[in-house]
Design a protein around this ligand. Structure first.
Ligand SMILES: Cc1ncc(COP(=O)(O)O)c(C=O)c1O
Length: 201
């Protein structure tokens, strides 16, 4: 394994690249039980993003959203979800057996596109019942940021976990002078990134 046999079945430049495409043999580590190179890479990511822990994912932010919700919520919990969430969030809520209160998003004034939750509306929803977590999509699908800091402060008042699908914001921490502040820097509990969306992965 893999079937290309160290690239032997491919000509020219592909062979060179495929020589490095190997299965989980000794020394290459295992994503599901990392002890070597993958563990070290995850520690480097955590240091780079200044997180307690970082994990690499297979199958994109979809799996990140599933893990984020299944790892923090239990059957019967209630969560608040931004109405513009990705469908993987809805699938995760269904798998976890979690009750969702969907919050309408505010409109970005110039373009009229959906753009995050307003802290005052969030407060009203948090007052309704005990909420395990609030799930945000940040930035919006159209690349805008909103006042996530105010939303996080409100969540903290009510003891709700802050879960952020920051699929399109993996680059935010690269340069704070030109990009919005990342959810990690704002103190979110779990943040999901797509390195294949806004980084060259
Ligand atoms: C905001 C958001 N979250 C999650 C996903 C899922 O990402 P992936 O396709 O990497 O699983 C997408 C994909 O478009 C997305 O736009």
């Amino acid at each position: 394994m893999p079937g290309h046999k160290n690239g032997l079945l491919f000509p020219g430049k592909y062979r060179e690249v495929l020589r490095h495409d190997l299965t989980e043999i000794s020394g290459l580590d295992d994503l599901h039980h990392p002890e070597g190179a993958i563990r070290e890479a995850q520690q480097l990511i955590a240091a780079c993003y200044n997180t307690d822990r970082s994990y690499m994912l297979v199958n994109g932010s979809t799996v990140g959203n599933l893990a984020m919700i299944l790892g923090t919520c239990k059957r019967g919990d209630t969560v608040i979800v931004s109405r513009d969430c990705h469908k993987s969030v809805m699938h995760a809520l269904d798998l976890a057996g979690v009750h969702a209160i969907y919050l309408a998003t505010q409109k970005e004034p110039q373009t009229g596109t959906a753009n995050g939750i307003e802290a005052s509306l969030l407060r009203e929803a948090l007052q309704m019942e005990t909420i395990r977590a609030v799930i945000f999509t940040y930035p919006s699908y159209y690349g805008f940021s909103f006042d996530l800091a105010a939303c996080i402060t409100t969540c903290r008042e009510f003891g709700a976990l802050v879960l952020v699908d920051e699929a399109h914001g993996a680059h935010f921490q690269a340069d704070a002078s030109i990009f919005p502040v990342s959810a990690i820097q704002l103190g979110a509990d779990v943040v999901v990134h797509s390195a294949h969306k806004t980084l060259p992965a």
